[in-house]
Design a binder for this molecule. Structure first.
Ligand SMILES: Cc1cc2nc3c(=O)[nH]c(=O)nc-3n(C[C@H](O)[C@H](O)[C@H](O)COP(=O)(O)OP(=O)(O)OC[C@H]3O[C@@H](n4cnc5c(N)ncnc54)[C@H](O)[C@@H]3O)c2cc1C
Length: 384
């Protein structure tokens, strides 16, 4: 019997996968990180890091990374709905393009000893003695390798699991889909430091300037409307007009990318020698822009279990992950589900906007998701 080749294989090098690889390599484990795309790569995302995301990076020993990369401090949220606009102060946050952030996290993981393979698509296969097999495909070449523990951080869509693995992905009926692009918006009214959030009947569009002064657009649309409107550029232009925001003609010629369904759950987010993290473990449409915080928290929370799993895997360890994941992210996802419900109802969303305009303090649960103090006990000390 051969011992597994790796201590950990991480599928997907977004914030969840790259940070998990970084933390585990710091613990002197042999870590392989694989991603099917070439880096740096852009992905559909509002590109806003909230206080939880920044705090998680700090706890991981990467505090200051976002500022060194030129992350733009975010000071206000401008909401537009049915031609009416209001502004709320933001407590803490940075905008940073995903190309820049994700590459830097991968580089940090590599600096700790992670082996990173890009343009390699992975599929989790059967358990093997003391580990789990993973198939890797790069161009026309393919191989099978193995690890004591496999982390799946493949984001939205197919998680790269062999169909025999008993994890069910359940997409919410009428889930919205995401779309986004980056444009050169010149000296428009979409200025730095503000998240512009335009809310329409069939979706919403978030706009923010990133470190290179490009305007990042990220949207969630009703799938059927996206088709009848004739694509994301038209649907986004409609939402901007409905909310009373300035038109953005550059967006019609931009290279838009779309996502699969945004709201789904993976149940359970665990199997033998296998943990799901970040979006792959379940996601709720992104109005509050906190998915990266969830992904980074998930990565930190997984580390102690992966370390235990190196010695011996057990059902108890799987149950711990289900509990820990629900504890960290479950209540925020429930809040986001409620908000998504309200946003589909024009009367209700108008009433909510009126309430937060009058009593901005009531928006606090959305703008201050948590102070991050509870993260500390989740993070193991690095080896001496
Ligand atoms: C419209 C929109 C706006 C958003 N706005 C914000 C925001 O402002 N702030 C915020 O915090 N969050 C936001 N989010 C959420 C955020 O983008 C995600 O929650 C976050 O990227 C999740 O990180 P992850 O590491 O789990 O997955 P991802 O970042 O999606 O990374 C997954 C990686 O896995 C790779 N991969 C997939 N399958 C395989 C495979 N089989 N083998 C190898 N590699 C594979 C992919 O190439 C990808 O690089 C938004 C999302 C959307 C859709």
């Amino acid at each position: 019997m051969r011992a597994p080749e790796w201590d950990v294989i991480v599928l997907g090098a977004g914030p969840a996968g790259a940070l998990a690889a970084h933390q585990l390599a710091r613990q002197r484990l042999r870590v392989l990180l694989v991603d099917k795309r070439a880096f740096p790569r852009w992905k559909v995302c509002g590109s806003c890091l909230n206080g939880v995301a920044l705090r998680a990076l700090e706890e991981a020993g990467l505090g200051g990374l976002v500022d060194r990369l030129g992350g733009v401090p975010l000071v206000r949220l401008r909401l537009g709905l049915q031609g009416h606009q209001t502004e709320l102060e933001l407590p803490l946050g940075r905008s940073l393009s995903r190309g820049c952030l994700d590459l830097a996290l991968c580089e940090a993981a590599v600096a700790e000893g992670t082996v990173f393979r890009m343009e390699t698509e992975a599929t989790v296969a059967d358990p093997c003695p003391g580990g789990r097999q993973v198939r890797l495909r790069s161009g026309t070449a393919s191989e099978t390798t193995s690890a004591r523990v496999v982390l799946v951080a493949t984001g939205l869509g197919s998680p790269g699991l062999n169909p025999a693995i008993p994890i069910q992905a359940k997409v919410q009926a009428r889930s919205r889909v995401g779309a986004g692009c980056q444009v050169d918006a010149g000296a428009s009214r979409y200025g730095r430091g503000t998240i512009h959030m335009a809310i329409g009947r069939h979706g919403y569009v978030g706009l923010v300037r990133t470190e290179a002064d490009e305007l990042n657009l990220a949207a969630a649309f009703d799938r059927t409307h996206l088709i009848t409107a004739g694509g994301p550029a038209v649907a986004a232009a409609e939402v901007l007009a409905e909310s009373g925001f300035d038109p953005l003609p550059q967006a019609s010629g931009a290279a838009w990318l779309a996502t699969p369904a945004l709201t789904f759950s993976s149940s359970p987010p665990v199997a033998e020698r296998l943990l799901l993290l970040g979006d792959a473990a379940g996601y709720v449409e992104p109005f509050t822009g906190e998915g990266m915080g969830w992904a980074l928290l998930g990565a930190l929370a997984a580390v102690p279990l992966v370390l235990q799993g190196q010695q011996q895997w057990s059902r108890e360890l799987e149950e711990q992950w289900v509990r820990r994941h629900a504890q960290l992210i479950g209540s925020r996802q429930r809040l986001c589900r409620g908000l998504a419900f309200a946003l589909r109802r024009p009367g209700l969303s108008r009433a909510l906007l009126g309430v937060v305009e009058r009593w901005p303090v009531l928006a606090a649960p959305l703008l201050h998701p948590c102070d991050g103090a509870s993260l500390k006990p989740l993070i193991p000390e690095p080896c001496p």
